[in-house]
Design a protein around this ligand. Sequence first.
Ligand code: URA
Length: 249
Amino acid sequence: MPGMRLDKILTHLNCGSRREVAAWVRAGRVTVDGQTVRDPAYKADPDLAALTLDGRALCYRAQRYYMLNKPAGVITANRDGRHQTVMELFPENERKGLFAIGRLDKDTEGLLLITDDGALSHALMAPGRHVQKLYEAVCDGELAPDAEARFHEGLTLGDGTVCRPAALEIVRDAPALTVRVTLCEGKYHQVKRMLKAVGAEVTALKRLSIGALGLDTSLASGAYRPLTEAEIALLRPSEGLAAATSTKK
Ligand code: URA
C-alpha cells in the first residue's frame, strides 16, 4: 500500500519522537480509520487517514483547524497567569502555533475556531468582510417593544458606539427570556451591550455559528475536534462565507 509509515506521520504531527510514537503504537494507543494499529511501520495516507491518539483525533494537514465548544470560565488567550485559557484545553504537544480566531468573553460559551492559519483568521475577522455570527442569549428583564426594529436599524449604545444592523429574534419568553442575535461585527461585549440598550441583561451567552459553520451540537462543553474539509471550505471567502456575510448598509 502506498503511503507513509505510521510512526513517521505521528512524528510529523509533533506528537513525540520516533521512538516515543512507536511505543505508543505498539501499546495500542493509536487508531487508523477506526482500527487499532500496533505496527509502527504500517503505511497510511497522511492526507486521508483518520488518526487518533488515546481517542483524540489528530489532524495531518499543513495547517490545522479546530472547532472548540468553549466552556464558560475559560479565557480566550494563549497564556494567562491566573485563569485557564482555551489553549490549555489542547494537549501541550498540539498547541504550538495555534491561536483563536476572534475572542469570546470569559463567561461566553460556544463556537470558537482555533487554527494556525493567519490568512483564514484575517478573512474572517477583517472589518470589511462582515461575517455573520449567531449568538443565543438568556436574559433577565424585558425587551423594549421596539427592540427588534432598533437592532435592525443599527442601534447606538449609550457611549456613542454605533452598531451595524443586526437581527434579534425571540426564541422563548419563559421560563427565562431567550433570544438569538446575529451580528456582522465584533465590538467589545457587543451582544451584552446591545441587549442591555433594549432592556435585557444577559445572564448566559453562547455562540452558535460563524458564517455558514454551525457549532457541532454533539461536541461537549470544553471539547474540540478538527474541522472537516467541507467545514473548512465553508469558511473560505470564495465559498460558504460569501453566502453568510451581510450586505453593507
Ligand atoms: N458579545 C458579547 O457580549 N460577548 C461575547 O463573548 C461575544 C459577543
